[in-house]
Design a protein around this ligand. Structure first.
Ligand code: SDX
Length: 426
């Protein structure tokens, strides 16, 4: 708590209101407005542009510097030196694991990768061309039906088991959904493979052949998961926190986060970027689409560009572009036309005054779709991959909230409707 105070005075009210100012370990101070309701006034901030909804120690973003820290560690260093499961451990526990802790954590995750056969039965209720995100929401919510009895969200042991199960089962659920969509047999997890190798094996392996996963693609997949692992109080994480604040089942809370992530303004942007690049189709049409993105009368936006917090490069997009280079080269498709269009689009947009003035830079979604497409993952599965990567972030925020004192989230409003009136009795 700092000694700093904020003082506001309301028109027509002689007394001014003094509010405490709280400071974090880094980042902006916050004005604690909790007492305002006792003065009969609310703050108003649709979209939460200037509102801290909670305190947290998990992730910090400096949008001006283009900095992203997970428990203090910069994302580019984690991408270079850590791996996805180690980052999951870091997000959940607050510190990097020692070799023994890491080995035990990986073994725990490995033991929970299988999914109950009844959940697999649910797949048959979906047509093969159902959007994979709709199916993932359903299957994840169905885990709440499976793991509900005896689950006490106030018990840290129960919360940890839910965290392990969700991180472990997301790749299996994602691959099941893909196999169902193409009519191939579901491939179960193979414990001899590492987390990302297992995902690619379950996605692209077939019963007729043994596991055969490219180490380059598995490493790329692992870094893609890592880059998506957490991102402060973004829309889907805030959804998970709000659902969790009611004491709801953790699997249901994560299903709500998956639902929020689906939107094209959020996690659905990776799919939207690829659709946009396909629509542009040729480098000669880039200027036309840049003009549309700037035209207020045209709803078109440059997907994969801009961010509520980053007013500089999204550090994840820099790492993603490096992976893109590596994967396309490894696959011998470095002249991929969509990648060429993306690189040229990025160059032109970054030199355009409209984007410069609004500090619009490529975000995490700009390159991810090109990599996923090159790996062979279909566009409809892109946001499923994002959800898989984000699961440890969602569950860490859910767990952080439930580990301390919390209140049910219940925003107020600025009412602009009809005043009280009587029902016409004539
Ligand atoms: C993710 O929150 C997170 O952390 C999210 C995320 C995570 O890891 O969880 O980082 C993941 O969601 C990344 C963002 C993915 N979405 C997209 O790529 C969709 C395209 N981007 C835009 O829809 C937009 O940039 C948002 C939604 C990301 C941010 O919107 P804001 O902060 O509400 O900004 P805004 O809409 O008020 O835009 C400010 C100005 C406007 O112009 P003016 O009214 O000032 O003239 O910038 C313009 C906007 O028109 N603008 C764009 C643009 N994004 C903003 N113009 C063209 N193309 C764009 N992409």
């Amino acid at each position: 708590m700092s000694d700093k105070k904020a003082r506001i005075s309301l028109a027509g009210n002689q007394d001014s209101i003094e509010l405490p100012v709280l400071n974090g370990s880094i980042g902006p101070d916050v004005i604690d407005v909790r007492s305002l309701v006792s003065h009969g006034v609310f703050t108003y901030d649709p979209g939460f542009m200037s509102t801290a909804s909670t305190e947290s120690s998990i992730t910090y973003i400096d949008g001006d510097e283009g900095m992203l820290l997970h428990r203090g560690y910069p994302i580019d260093q984690l991408a270079d030196h850590s791996d996805y499961l180690e980052t999951c451990y870091l997000l959940l526990h607050g510190e990097l694991p020692n070799p023994t802790e890491k080995k035990s954590f990986v073994a725990e995750i490995t033991r929970h990768t299988m999914v109950d056969a009844q959940i697999a039965q649910l797949l048959n209720g979906f047509q093969r061309n159902a959007h994979p995100m709709a199916v993932l929401i359903s299957l994840t919510g169905a885990l709440a039906a499976l793991y509900h009895e005896g689950l006490d969200v106030d018990d840290p042991v129960h919360r940890r088991l839910a965290a392990i199960r969700l991180i472990a089962k997301m790749p299996t659920l994602a691959a099941m959904i893909y196999k169902h969509s193409i009519g191939q047999p579901i491939m179960g997890p193979v414990n001899a493979l590492n987390y990302s190798e297992n995902f690619l094996h379950m996605m692209f392996g077939v019963p007729a052949e043994g596991p055969s996963v490219s180490p380059v693609l598995a490493k790329a997949m692992d870094v893609i998961f890592l880059l998506h692992a957490d991102h402060e109080q973004n829309a889907s994480t805030s959804t998970v926190r709000l659902a969790g604040s009611t004491g709801a089942n953790p699997y249901a809370c994560i299903a709500s986060g998956i639902a929020a992530l689906w939107g094209p303004a959020h996690g659905g942007a990776n799919e939207a970027v690829l659709k946009m690049l396909n629509e542009i189709g040729d480098e000669s049409r880039i200027e036309e689409f840049i003009a549309r993105a700037k035209d207020k009368d045209d709803p078109f936006r440059l997907m994969g560009f801009g961010h509520r917090v980053y007013k500089n490069f999204d550090p994840r997009s820099k790492v993603m572009r490096k992976i893109c280079d590596e994967v396309l080269a490894d696959l011998g498709v470095e002249n991929d036309p969509l990648f060429r269009i993306a690189r040229r689009l990025e160059k032109i947009a970054l030199e355009d005054q409209y984007f410069i003035d609004r500090k619009l830079y490529p975000n995490v979604d700009f390159y991810s779709g090109i990599i996923l497409k090159a790996i062979g993952i279909p566009m409809g599965m892109f946001t499923v991959v994002f959800a898989l990567g984000r699961t440890p972030g969602w569950i860490s925020h859910w767990n952080e909230m439930l580990s301390g004192a919390y209140k049910i989230g219940r925003p107020r409003q600025l009412y602009r409707g009809a005043p009280r009136r009587d029902y016409p009795l004539f």
